[in-house]
Design a protein around this ligand. Structure first.
Ligand SMILES: Cc1cc2nc3c(=O)[nH]c(=O)nc-3n(C[C@H](O)[C@H](O)[C@H](O)COP(=O)(O)OP(=O)(O)OC[C@H]3O[C@@H](n4cnc5c(N)ncnc54)[C@H](O)[C@@H]3O)c2cc1C
Length: 393
């Protein structure tokens, strides 16, 4: 049986970020194996993401995680080195614009804005007149306020980030294997070995669960439950020749959809009204969401969207934490060498640099050294103690 100090189940952005940080961390010289069934990442959330980053969260820790994500993305070529092969992750800092349509939503934006500014964000709280002056293409008749981050927010190259992390990890000796984790062996409250679909067995000093929507399956292999399920999100790329505003921000509308420029075109999606758990193999786009939920609201918000054509659409999955829609990060209290990096909803891409670093610190030093991620720990799941993030897009 082969033996590795750390086995990582899942080699998309989260698994590769863990591998990158482990292989670059002072004081760690162990062997790392990343097990990934699909090296083309056809259905990984990482590949199907809309790849945006913001500081506009409601929890202090999520703002701080994204602040480091931003620092990493801006300086990717320095962090990843020559081996990472990344020159530029093409960050477009157009900002995020959240719109509110009621007193209660105004208050949420006001509170979030104060927290974010306290942590170095440049979020501005704008009244309808100020919004109208900045965003002339929007109809704001039902809008009561908005929060806009003119800097430190935008979108970037998702597969560039993943490719860079992978290449930099491999260059430092991390092994990637095309296989699937199918079983775990334990002894005395520790994972001892990992079984793979090929029949191979690998002795493991530690295991990281970075299997995205399949995170609950991996946990069950050790007899543990985590409240993670797949939630479908359909993304539409549309052409709107009467509405060409490539400098527009990512708009999060209080009526439930979001929209951002994609070159001269637009990308949009909505939270479905009915949002059940889905089969993790079901990637059929829900076209009707555009007709019923997005287009009427989009046209009401911006009259330039009167004539549009859908150029393409795809469905991806949020790995959704039913307890509080926040990430689950850290060691399992009952299996000390079993680490979780799961449940990132629609913000895991930007969280990968900080979460990968945190998991590597836990494995290497037994504690967080840079950013304390303990609020996101597994203990709150076992104690049924929600730690909610309300700014979920
Ligand atoms: C439509 C959409 C829009 C999004 N927009 C954003 C955004 O704007 N900003 C942002 O930050 N985030 C966004 N996200 C979220 C982000 O993409 C995810 O949170 C992030 O990519 C999760 O990465 P991951 O590595 O945990 O999971 P994944 O990318 O899903 O990877 C999990 C990997 O595990 C592998 N795996 C599964 N089972 C096993 C097994 N048994 N053994 C070994 N490996 C296994 C899979 O093959 C897969 O490659 C979006 C997601 C979607 C779907």
């Amino acid at each position: 049986m082969d033996s590795y100090d750390v086995v990582i189940a899942g080699g998309a952005v989260m698994g590769s970020a863990c591998a990158y940080w482990l292989s670059h961390m002072d004081g760690f010289s162990g062997r790392v194996l990343v097990v990934e069934p699909d090296p083309g990442y056809a259905t990984a959330s990482t590949a199907l993401s809309v790849a945006s980053i913001r500081l506009q969260f409601s929890n202090r820790i999520n703002v701080e995680i994204s602040r480091f994500g931003l620092e990493f993305i801006r300086n990717a070529s320095r962090y990843l080195g020559k081996e990472g092969g990344v020159h530029d992750l093409c960050l477009r800092e157009n900002g995020y614009l959240f719109l509110a349509g009621s007193d209660a939503q105004d208050e949420i934006l006001r509170n979030n804005c104060a927290l974010q500014r306290d942590l170095g964000a440049e979020t501005e709280l704008l009244d309808p007149a100020a919004l109208a002056a900045l965003f002339r293409f929007l109809n704001l008749s039902d809008v009561t306020s908005g929060s806009f981050g003119p800097r430190h927010e935008g979108w970037f190259d998702n597969m560039g980030l993943l490719g860079g992390l992978r290449r930099a990890a491999r260059a430092r000796g991390v092994d990637y294997v095309t296989d699937r984790v199918t079983g775990l062996q334990q002894d005395g409250g520790r994972i001892t070995a990992v079984e793979l679909a090929s029949g191979r067995r690998v002795a493991a000093g530690a295991l990281v669960n970075a299997a995205g929507t399949r995170g609950a399956e991996i946990a069950r292999m050790a007899g543990k439950d985590i409240p993670i399920e797949a939630r479908k999100r359909t993304v539409f790329i549309i052409d709107a020749p009467n509405a060409v505003h490539p400098d527009a921000p990512l708009l999060v509308d209080h009526t439930g959809f979001y929209l951002r420029p994609e070159g001269d075109q637009w990308l949009c999606a909505t939270i479905p009204q009915d949002d059940p758990a889905v089969d993790p193999d079901d990637f059929e786009p829900r076209y009707q969401e555009f007709e019923d939920l997005i287009w009427p609201r989009l046209w009401a918000r911006a009259p330039g969207f009167d004539a549009i054509k859908i150029l393409r659409m795809w469905a991806g999955h949020y790995s959704y934490n039913r307890l509080d829609a926040n990430a689950i990060v850290g060691a399992h209290p009952e299996i000390s060498n079993f680490y979780f990096a799961n449940g990132f909803s629609g913000h895991g891409l930007q969280q990968a640099p900080a979460v990968g670093r945190g998991i590597a610190e836990l494995i290497c030093h037994g504690e967080y050294r840079s950013l304390d991620l303990s609020e996101l720990g597994v203990a709150r799941i076992l104690e049924n103690r929600p730690f909610r993030e309300i700014a979920i897009v």
